[in-house]
Design a protein around this ligand. Structure first.
Ligand code: CAA
Length: 696
């Protein structure tokens, strides 16, 4: 018999110990092993109870996600759980670490559940585009009631042991070694003569208004369907026997398994983990970073400083004057107050961060001892050059010098120092203590251990770090500039910014591009356009309405007006009435007769522009793999996770059709719609972007 499930006897108790590192996923070998060990325990005349316990980090992290999308092999998880529950012996789960998805479902198939206080349970299948598929939708409501069960399933959140106990998911929570507390618990049950207690035989709780719950959950999903299907699966428990409910759940689970949403979300799950795993940095030790400096305490600098403080680093923040320093401190205090309010930090930690870990300074010479500096000053090459020259003069040898620039050339910045190998880009997204994305921009001369330090810092700050090469806008902003230009062209040709935002929000973006621009600040794009025009890089169809908005002092949310009017008290922003006349003036100036765009055409063009530029970014090596682009768009640009990322989406809709669209649009504008050579190559070879991920 396999060693994946250990077997030993403690008196009348058979202990089944799961050993499938790193997280005890329920692979075929684990399912088969559990089945065989259940047989073995039941065949032993001296055994009166069975205890299942996990070794290592978790009880079970759930079904083995690597098996999804392939033909599932017997024994199937629902059958195994049924077999556990139907055992004539008392079966107990002794839980620690996480018990997620199928892992919690195994526990729900046991007759009793005990856990250590640090244990967490959950049914996160919705994050994989699925519903619980091994009885979770049928058993959990019987323990907790319908509404708490639906809340747990539709959010997919991890529930701490104390809460799980109060919800009725657990029977006991005790401090100690999981095996020891489990054994003591089973011994007590045996001494009391406690009976088997199958959850499937428990009464169903009060039903709810299913249609109302379905509609509300569907609306909250912004196009993602699996949370709403949890409602239908729970509802199915009320339509007949337990077995019929199980069948209905299984059917929905298998149907969802066939969807693009499932594919997209599982792509996101694995890519999120693969993105910071760079073959070239294997074995390269990062430099030790304990003490960090941030230059500039505006929104971005203060956000970076906050993220570093929250991660336990010491931070020096440098500003140009005492007044600017006080304002920066105020921003950091406000950020940390938010973290305190949301329970992310204790009052004690909050106090320590502000009083001990943070120092606000005005003199560069105070930076001589820091391990890493992040410059977050005004986005202007001359200003950056001055800052780096001063850093070069005062920082200790080996200090990593990073720029938070979002567009400018890291190689040019590095060349102004005597130590270009120590320079890299660390491009954060605003608000930097909240947004998950970090672009680690590796310059021509950046040393491998400096790049590794960027990734190590990203990990410490809880970021998703993506490697980017040097180009205007790196991965994210370069692609953004292209799809934004596509949106601007559609506006000139007849769509309104509001049509475009609505179409893309319906596609699943958290916000449309014009609402995003208002949030980010219209002055940023204005500065970039002015720079490009000065450099002779004006676009072929240069619209001026966005500049006119800025000239009138409308920078978006921060000034109360941009594409939308954010008048105090208004819940949803309303279109700013000044915008359409500015657009109409541009159309008249350029001699354009506006035409209608429906939502479908808006999405097709916008996505074609995004995918085409993304393919150029990969083809040129700015992003190493398609998944790097996907994660950039997912974590920094509000791309819907259930679509996997633009290049996974492109694979799913078909590259050939997309290339046809691009070639069709190129008839109108051959420069803007020049097809990416990589896209053409993939279509010619009958391959897709994901093939390149697998090769890397
Ligand atoms: N299947 C296969 N591999 C898994 C896995 C799973 N369920 N869960 C985690 N892993 C792998 C990860 O890919 C990672 O592999 P690499 O080291 O090769 O990158 C490794 O385990 C460690 O994972 P993390 O890096 O994520 O470690 P962590 O400590 O940060 O988080 C975790 C651990 C909380 C378990 C997290 O991995 C997680 O949330 N996993 C997914 C849990 C889940 O969704 N379970 C439900 C599965 S669906 C299901 O069960 C359907 C059903 O009803 C039948």
């Amino acid at each position: 018999m396999s060693d994946v499930i250990g077997y030993d006897r403690v008196g009348e108790i058979a202990v089944l110990t799961v050993r499938n590192p790193p997280v005890n996923a329920l692979s075929q070998a684990v399912r088969q092993g559990l089945w065989d060990r259940m047989d073995q325990a039941e065949a032993d005349a001296d055994v009166r109870a069975i205890m299942i316990v996990g070794e290592g980090r978790a009880f079970f992290a759930g079904a083995d996600i690597k098996e999804f999308g392939k033909p599932l092999k017997e024994p199937f998880l629902p059958d195994l759980i049924h077999r556990i529950e139907a055992s004539p012996l008392v079966v107990v789960a002794a839980m620690h670490g996480v018990s997620l998805g199928g892992g919690l479902e195994v526990a729900l198939g046991c007759h009793y559940r005990i856990a250590v206080p640090q244990a967490r349970v959950g049914l996160p299948e919705v994050h994989l585009g699925l519903i619980p598929g091994a009885g979770g939708t049928q058993r959990l409501p019987r323990l907790t009631g319908v509404e708490p069960a639906l809340e747990v399933m539709t959010t997919g959140r991890h529930v701490g042991a104390a809460e799980a106990l109060s919800l009725g998911i657990l029977d006991a929570v005790e401090e100690g070694d999981p095996r020891e507390i489990g054994l003591a618990f089973v011994q007590r049950l045996l001494a009391e003569g406690a009976p088997r207690r199958p959850v499937s035989e428990m009464a169903l709780p009060q039903p709810i208004d299913w249609d109302y719950a379905f509609d509300a959950t569907l609306a909250r999903g912004r196009g993602q369907i699996s949370p709403a299907w949890c409602v239908r699966a729970v509802q199915a428990a009320y339509g007949g026997s337990f077995a019929q409910g199980m069948q209905a759940e299984r059917k929905m689970f298998m149907d969802l398994m066939e969807t693009d949403q499932r594919q997209g979300m599982i792509h996101a799950f694995f890519s999120e983990r693969a993105v910071s795993n760079l073959p070239e940095l294997k074995g390269v030790a990062p430099r030790d970073i304990q003490h960090l400096a941030v230059i500039g305490g505006g929104t971005m600098g203060a956000g970076i400083a906050t993220a570093a403080l929250l991660a336990g680093l010491r931070v020096h923040l440098l500003e140009m004057s005492a007044e600017a320093g006080a304002a920066a401190r105020g921003r950091i205090e406000a950020n940390l107050a938010g973290a305190l309010k949301r329970g992310k930090i204790t009052a004690e930690a909050h106090g320590a961060m502000l009083e001990q870990a943070l120092r606000v300074l005005t003199d560069y010479t105070d930076l001589s001892e820091v391990d890493l500096v992040i410059e977050a000053v005004f986005e202007d090459m001359d200003v950056k050059k001055q800052v780096f020259a001063q850093l070069d003069a005062v920082c200790k040898p080996g200090c990593v010098l990073a720029s938070n620039t979002s567009y400018l050339d890291i190689d040019v910045i590095a060349a102004t120092t005597s130590r270009p190998a120590d320079v890299l880009g660390l491009h954060f997204f605003s608000p930097a203590h909240v947004m998950k994305l970090l672009e680690v921009v590796v310059g021509e001369q950046t040393a491998p251990d400096v790049a590794a330090t960027g990734f190590a810092l990203g990990k410490r700050l809880g970021k998703i770090s993506v490697r980017a090469g040097v180009c205007d806008g790196f991965i994210g902003n370069r692609i953004l500039a292209t799809y934004r230009t596509c949106a601007d062209h559609m506006v000139l040709d007849g769509a309104s910014p509001y049509d475009i935002d609505a179409a893309l929000e319906a596609f699943g973006f958290a916000m449309g591009p014009f609402a995003v621009a208002d949030l980010a600040g219209l002055d940023i794009g204005w500065a970039v356009r002015k720079r490009k025009r000065a450099e002779g890089q004006a676009p072929t169809r240069d619209a001026t309405y966005a500049d006119r908005l800025c000239e009138d002092g409308h920078f978006g949310q921060k000034t109360g007006k941009g594409y939308y009017d954010y008048a105090a008290g208004a819940r949803a922003p309303v279109p700013n009435p000044e915008v359409m006349p500015m657009i109409e003036a541009d159309r008249a100036r350029l001699g354009i007769t506006p035409r209608r765009f429906d939502a479908d055409e808006i999405v097709r063009r916008y996505m074609a522009a995004m995918v085409n530029e993304a393919a150029k970014v990969v083809g040129e090596g700015i992003a190493r793999r398609p998944l790097d682009v996907d994660m950039t768009l997912l974590f920094g640009y509000g791309f819907p996770r259930y679509r996997g990322g633009p290049l996974k989406w492109a694979d799913m809709v078909g590259l050939e059709g997309l290339l046809d669209d691009i070639r069709g649009y190129a008839v109108e504008d051959a420069v803007f719609w020049a097809a990416a050579p990589l896209l053409e190559q993939l279509v010619a070879d009958g391959r897709c972007f994901d093939d390149l991920n697998k090769e890397s």
